[in-house]
Design a protein around this ligand. Structure first.
Ligand code: ZN
Length: 182
């Protein structure tokens, strides 16, 4: 297999809007992609990354909020409880920050990179990040949560991102205004 360089796709890339396919059989390929995803997440100073963000149409995410790395295959939320609102950023939508309302606690099922079934109970920040990454697998982005006012505020930035995407120019990936990069 040729060495593939993984790059984070940004707003405007059709891959970000695709629904990820569930992984039927976990192979060396998936383990390799997951470890590359983790590397890319750390080097981009993110705390979560979904395969969809790299144009890989497979249901895989990595998350590390500072308490350990999760590499999850076919993650699915099975229970939600409560509510939290955070200002979220996204490595795929650089320089934009949106208030997103999500469940405060979630329970999810997934498989680890060796195919072992996992049940994860998470709350607060970890729950927020997991929901954000699972959204990516469904083709959903933080901009979809934007209020009318937010939409007016970010409209120009989004247009600029789309134009940059067409020009294949790499946008600045650092966001000063938003502490969560997912
Ligand atoms: Zn994101």
């Amino acid at each position: 297999m040729p060495e593939t360089v993984l790059k984070i796709k940004t707003f405007g890339a059709p891959a970000l809007r695709q629904k990820a396919k569930p992984v039927d059989e976990i192979t060396e390929y998936h383990r390799e992609i997951l470890s590359k995803m983790a590397g890319l997440m750390y080097s981009s100073l993110g705390i979560g990354l979904a395969a969809s963000q790299l144009g890989i149409n497979q249901a895989m995410i990595v998350v590390d909020i500072g308490s350990g790395l999760y590499k999850l295959i076919n993650p699915k939320v099975v229970k939600k409880e409560g509510q939290q609102i955070n200002k979220e950023g996204c490595l795929s939508v650089p320089s934009i920050c949106i208030k997103v309302k999500r469940a405060k606690k979630v329970m999810l099922v997934a498989k680890d990179e060796n195919g072992k079934p996992l049940t994860i109970e998470a709350q607060d920040l970890l729950a927020c990040v997991l929901q954000h990454e699972i959204d990516h697998l469904r083709g959903r982005l933080i901009v979809d949560y934007a209020s009318l006012l937010d939409r007016l505020k970010i409209g120009r930035k989004l247009k600029e991102l789309k134009r940059k995407f067409k020009d294949e120019e790499l946008p600045e990936s650092k966001t000063k205004s938003c502490q969560l990069q997912l």
